[in-house]
Design a protein around this ligand. Structure first.
Ligand SMILES: [Zn+2]
Length: 122
């Protein structure tokens, strides 16, 4: 088993050595961009007003429905989103990432609701 594993590892390192060196910087750069995109977390401030929250802010749903509908969020282009299908942890981190459902909109981010004080909601 150990022999087969080390043979496999030798083959693998041989593969990486065969990768043309001039391609490495661009591959590395591309991976970095993808990783940054995946883990980029944006803080969304809380809106306390009575109207819909302005772009890039959130508002808790009515106290009687907050456990079901959680929070209302507005994307940077002004589209309203309800986080009823998401989980929110005690610190306001929303899982999974938030996607704007409007066709022409590319908003898709991991977000944290700053000022979230309703505890964890699954
Ligand atoms: Zn949008």
């Amino acid at each position: 088993m150990t022999g087969r594993l080390s043979a496999f590892l030798a083959k693998l390192s041989g593969f990486w050595r065969q990768t043309p060196s001039e391609e490495e910087p661009s591959i590395a750069k591309e991976r970095e961009v993808q990783v940054q995109r995946r883990y980029y977390l944006i803080d969304i401030p809380r809106f306390e007003g009575a109207s819909d929250p302005p772009p890039l802010s959130w508002k808790a749903c009515h106290p009687s429905t907050v456990h079901r509908f959680k929070a209302q969020l507005t994307c940077p282009k002004g589209h309203g989103l309800v986080l009823k299908g998401h989980s929110i942890d005690a610190r306001g981190r929303v899982y999974p990432s938030v996607v704007c459902m409007t066709d022409s909109c590319e908003f898709h981010e991991f977000v944290r609701l700053v000022g979230w004080d309703f505890g964890p909601l699954a």
